[in-house]
Write a protein of this length. Sequence first.
Length: 112
Amino acid sequence: MAKFRFVFWLLEFLQSHRVFEFEWDDGNSFKSIQKHGVDNEMVESIFIDDNLLALGEQYQPETYESRYGIIGKTKAGDILFVCFTVRDKRIRPISSRYANLKERELYEKEIC
């Protein structure tokens, strides 16, 4: 499982934007729906969750470009984990899935 370290600028970036631009590549635009039942609209919706939990920058395993992790709630109330990168101020989702029990508990603990 990936490990993340908190980076303050990520929290500022996520909180300062109410509208995000997304960049979906051909491979990732369908991967999450096929593997995990999570569609692009669900992924995009958690970025406007007022209680979004920014996990930080992925440090393990190492990647060739910076990746970030967040946990948030969709418009329908589902809690998702999303891994993404930022390119030219656009969000490029890499993977997304329903949050596991540990992630849901962390999210619930942080918003209460």
